[in-house]
Design a protein around this ligand. Structure first.
Ligand code: NAG
Ligand code: NAG
Ligand code: NAG
Ligand code: NAG
Ligand code: NAG
Ligand code: NAG
Ligand code: NAG
Ligand code: NAG
Ligand code: NAG
Length: 411
């Protein structure tokens, strides 16, 4: 009997807990309110922001801040874990595009601006911070972000930050993802040494950050063994470590160094044998298509566009049977397209535009059954176009976009 009366008291206690505090224990979900100190920290953060479209209108009163827009809390402890302030309002620009050549554009009317209040430092358990596509109008990234030591994701891309990137970010040793893609011309580093502490990084994008003073950038990146995606487009990278022959981060899958005039073709590049995507557009590559690429036969995306390549398409290149997107446009390439191009059995998008190619294109259509986009314009191709289509129903069925202007083709 004594046991059952204890049970009764216990049940009454549970019942009163359910009716006064968080009900939700009763229906099985664990719903914990946010901490008062963290709520104050968020309100402080909001106070310094300009929010013209009222994106943060739910941030008010004494309610549970875990339910405010953009906030995600730990469902057991109630600590704020994630802040999603990336401007989610996007307009789609351009044509459907499987390879992100035409990125979505943010709708800048929804951008947050103003200052970033250090009250964020009270969010001790924060591990995900996203401020992308806002407009901080050229202010530098605050150095106190380097004290949010639990961060694993930090996305400050295209957020209008300018000036020198604070080296204190080197203290974020738990980061897996760091996106500093700049859309503000003054963003730069004085030195890149701090990046070498971020040993867990898998993703790093510093595109359009001026890295011209980071002489040792290759040695720094060589300390990051987990890197899978590295984007350094438009960084004014200088020649670096010409004697280095091997690179450490061989798990790299995606490498983008397009728009770097002085990149050259360092020997270590060809030790990245697991690459899936390589972007070397606008890097002033001259001469023949580099033979070193033969070490990268796993490539799925290869972009060599807008360079000074002036050879023919070599036979060996046709062995890249995993290629899905291949861009050779705007070079000085010449000659006929080798018949072995039929070996590109995975190709979806092929761009040969604006070169000096000649001869027939029939064989391009013969085996390329997955081809959806084909750019051939501004060359010297010749022959009869529509007859080719009748003979090769395979490509005719898959093709969605075809550009032929300025050639010597007729129908
Ligand atoms: C549990 O109860 C809470 C509070 O009434 C409610 O918001 C939530 O939707 C409920 N969850 C489920 C799974 O029924
Ligand atoms: C709580 O979070 C954990 C880890 O994030 C997740 O696996 C789990 O499903 C969540 N539980 C509830 C009730 O939402
Ligand atoms: C950050 O937010 C933007 C806009 O909502 C989103 O596109 C992006 O994927 C987010 N970044 C991360 C790392 O989740
Ligand atoms: C990071 O989070 C863990 C729990 O996930 C916590 O124990 C630790 O104190 C936090 N670190 C900092 C610097 O706040
Ligand atoms: C990291 O933080 C420690 C103290 O916590 C400080 O001494 C050190 O200078 C910081 N390093 C960087 C790169 O910010
Ligand atoms: C990049 O930085 C270098 C060195 O500080 C400077 O000379 C150069 O003009 C900068 N580039 C741009 C586009 O501002
Ligand atoms: C390769 O990376 C490891 C660990 O990050 C580092 O200790 C080593 O010095 C690197 N090797 C070179 C050649 O940079
Ligand atoms: C091809 O390019 C290389 C390097 O830019 C140059 O030296 C060579 O003269 C060019 N050859 C022709 C035929 O244009
Ligand atoms: C093209 O594929 C055929 C059959 O798989 C193969 O024998 C030939 O070597 C390949 N050609 C090139 C240039 O890789």
């Amino acid at each position: 009997m004594e046991n059952s009366s204890h049970l009764l008291v216990f049940l009454i206690a549970i019942a009163s807990l359910c009716s006064t505090i968080t009900i939700s224990f009763c229906n099985g979900t664990v719903n914990v309110f946010c901490k008062e100190s963290e709520r104050q920290a968020l309100l402080g953060f909001k106070r310094d922001l300009k929010d013209p479209m009222n994106r943060l209108s739910s941030w008010k009163g004494s309610g549970d801040c875990c339910s405010w827009t953009g906030i995600s809390c730990d469902n057991l402890t109630g600590h704020v874990r994630e802040l999603h302030f990336g401007n989610p309002f996007k307009t789609i620009f351009g044509i459907p595009d499987p390879f992100d050549i035409y990125p979505e554009e943010a709708d800048w009317r929804y951008a947050l601006s103003g200052k970033i209040n250090p009250s964020l430092l009270h969010l001790n358990y924060l591990n995900h911070l996203n401020l992308s596509y806002n407009d901080f109008e050229g202010i530098p990234i605050p150095s106190f972000i380097g004290s949010l030591k639990n961060l694993t994701y930090l996305d400050l891309s295209q957020a209008g930050f300018g000036g020198v990137i604070p080296y204190q970010l080197g203290n974020l040793s738990n980061l897996h993802y760091l996106n500093l893609l700049s859309n503000y011309p003054t963003m730069k580093v004085n030195n890149l040494q701090w990046v070498s502490s971020l040993v867990l990084l898998q993703f790093l994008d510093m595109s359009w950050v001026n890295l011209s003073k980071a002489y040792n950038w290759v040695d720094v990146l060589n300390m990051l063994p987990s890197l899978m995606e590295l984007r350094l487009s438009g960084c004014e990278l200088g020649h670096s470590s010409p004697h280095l022959s091997m690179i450490n981060f061989t798990s790299l899958a995606i490498f983008d160094v397009s728009d770097n005039e002085n990149f050259g073709l360092p020997r270590w590049l060809f030790s990245l044998t697991n690459l899936d995507s390589l972007y070397l557009s606008s890097t002033f590559l001259g001469g023949p298509i580099p033979y070193g690429l033969t070490s990268m036969t796993r490539l799925r995306i290869l972009d060599l566009s807008s360079n000074l390549l002036n050879s023919t398409i070599p036979e060996w290149l046709c062995g890249f049977d995993r290629l899905e997107s291949f861009d050779l446009s705007v070079n000085e390439l010449k000659g006929t397209i080798p018949s072995a191009i039929g070996n590109f059995t995975s190709i979806i998008s092929l761009n040969l535009e604006a070169n000096q190619f000649e001869g027939k294109i029939d064989h391009l259509l013969r085996d390329l059954c997955r081809l959806r986009e084909l750019w051939l314009g501004y060359n010297k191709f010749s022959g009869t176009m529509f007859e080719s289509f009748e003979r090769f129903p395979c490509a005719a069925n898959s093709l969605e976009q075809l550009w032929l202007s300025d050639n010597q083709l007729h129908d």
